[in-house]
Ligand binder design. Structure first.
Ligand code: F6P
Length: 426
């Protein structure tokens, strides 16, 4: 396991908030981000333990603090999740996200004592939302949850509101006595910090300030085919081929049809390489030019074909095939380097509220796709990202929807090798 900082301590992120405050949304996002960065992270959702061990479709009485039998049962499942989080740390997990209401200071003290007793740092994230956000959360996630399967939506909403009221009776907000915390008001509109120090907590703050729940798509594609792609060569900074230019015109039409015609505007982001810039120029706009979006630097292999690499540098070729994620080309980069390099792009993508069309390169597109779709890190270098395909990815509460659009000439020549196997499904 390679971490960015050898001294990164284990960290328990404990989520706090009434039901429908986006706690699971935040947990999912943070889990995906930290795993992508290379910190093994797992989420422990007490609601899922409750459904598994006590059954779904329990009505609001079950959440009444005066219901003693139910309280015992709820504490039991909450402790099961906590035990599993401790076991996760014992097995080498670096970040655990304890996703539950944790609305009383006594409960939070108990969790903190357990973690700190084992040398695990604790950080609370409290999510506080206004009525509008709560209403949207209920509609987006709660009414379709297994807790309300087959129940009339109006009745489900009433029951859920009653459930919130039960928790609200005993709710004590996080304060300085809890230690380190991030208070998120309306998913990032306002944020309050206490006792935040260290690498992971600081990453977390910059990530959370960019989060929002608004809907927009991220359109990810590679530049049009180049003369280097045609010749099977990697790297370089070659011009677009005729087929590549045809793709760029197709992408311009796609932009008009799928974005402009719907009254939307998408920013177009390109890398600083001419094949990406030339594609954006034909589309008709370049809103941002990112060096960070430039293709993996193949170092001493730049300009070679894969068979040439195999003949001229057989050890290098074998080493890369054995560990494509971590292998760094001599004088060049690895996929793990790309993940670090593109982190600012990811934060900026999270912040965007309108669609963005990202025109990048194969390795970088894999890394961004990997982040958005939650692909396990070791599979990222193998995601199939063909030329002349636009990946439309729309973030939802707990993941992204994906549509692939073929644009322009199909099956253009590309430098390919059999480590291109698509591992998205496996
Ligand atoms: O062939 C196109 C290309 O973008 C090269 O410039 C780059 O080195 C390569 O793809 C990345 O793919 P892989 O990591 O599979 O070699």
């Amino acid at each position: 396991m390679t971490t960015l900082h050898a001294d990164a301590p284990t960290l328990a992120i404990v989520i706090v908030g009434l039901p429908a405050r986006g706690k699971t949304f935040i947990s999912h996002k943070v889990m995906r981000y930290f795993n992508w960065l290379g910190y093994p992270t797992r989420q422990f959702n007490v609601g899922a333990y409750r459904r598994q061990h006590l059954g779904a479709r329990l009505d609001h009485d079950f959440f009444d603090i005066r219901n003693e039998t139910a309280t015992v049962a709820r504490n039991r499942v909450a402790n099961m999740a906590l035990d599993d989080m401790m076991a996760w740390f014992d097995s080498g997990g670096e970040v655990g996200i304890y996703d539950a209401t944790n609305t009383t200071s006594a409960r939070r003290r108990l969790i903190r004592e357990r973690c700190e007793g084992r040398g695990i740092g604790v950080l609370f994230i409290e999510s506080i939302c206004g009525e509008e956000t709560v209403e949207a959360n209920i509609r987006a996630t709660k009414l379709n949850s297994p807790d309300y399967e087959g129940i009339d939506p109006a009745q489900a909403a009433r029951d859920f509101r009653a459930r919130i009221e039960h928790y609200a009776e005993a709710y004590e907000h996080v304060d300085e006595s809890d230690g380190s915390y991030i208070k998120l008001i309306d998913v990032g509109r306002k944020i309050e910090l206490n006792g935040i120090a260290g690498f992971l907590p600081s990453r977390l703050v910059s990530f959370l300030v960019n989060l929002h729940t608004g809907e927009r798509s991220i359109l990810l594609t590679r530049h049009g085919q180049t003369l280097f792609n045609q010749a099977g060569r990697i790297g370089g900074d070659a011009e677009l081929s005729d087929s590549g230019r045809e793709f760029a015109y197709g992408l311009r039409d796609f932009y008009q049809r799928e974005i402009a015609a719907k009254g939307l505007t998408a920013s177009v982001w390109a890398s600083t390489m001419q094949r990406s810039l030339a594609t954006a120029e034909i589309v008709g706009r370049t809103d941002a030019m990112w060096w960070a979006l430039s293709e993996i630097d193949a170092g001493i292999c730049d300009g070679l074909t894969y068979p040439e690499i195999q003949n001229q540098h057989p050890d290098l070729f074998a080493a890369r095939a054995a560990d494509k994620l971590n292998y760094r080309y001599p004088q060049g980069e690895s996929y793990t380097d790309l993940i670090q390099r593109t982190e600012p792009v990811v934060l900026e993508l999270e912040r965007q509220r309108a669609p963005v069309l990202v025109i990048t390169h194969r390795a970088v597109a894999r890394v961004l796709y990997g982040y958005l779709m939650g692909v396990p890190r070791e599979k990222i270098p193998h995601v199939d990202v063909p030329l002349h395909v636009v990946f439309e990815l729309t973030p939802r509460a707990y993941g992204c929807d994906e549509i692939q659009h073929r644009v322009g000439p199909a099956n253009p020549g590309d430098s390919k090798i059999d480590w291109e196997r698509d591992t998205r499904e496996s």
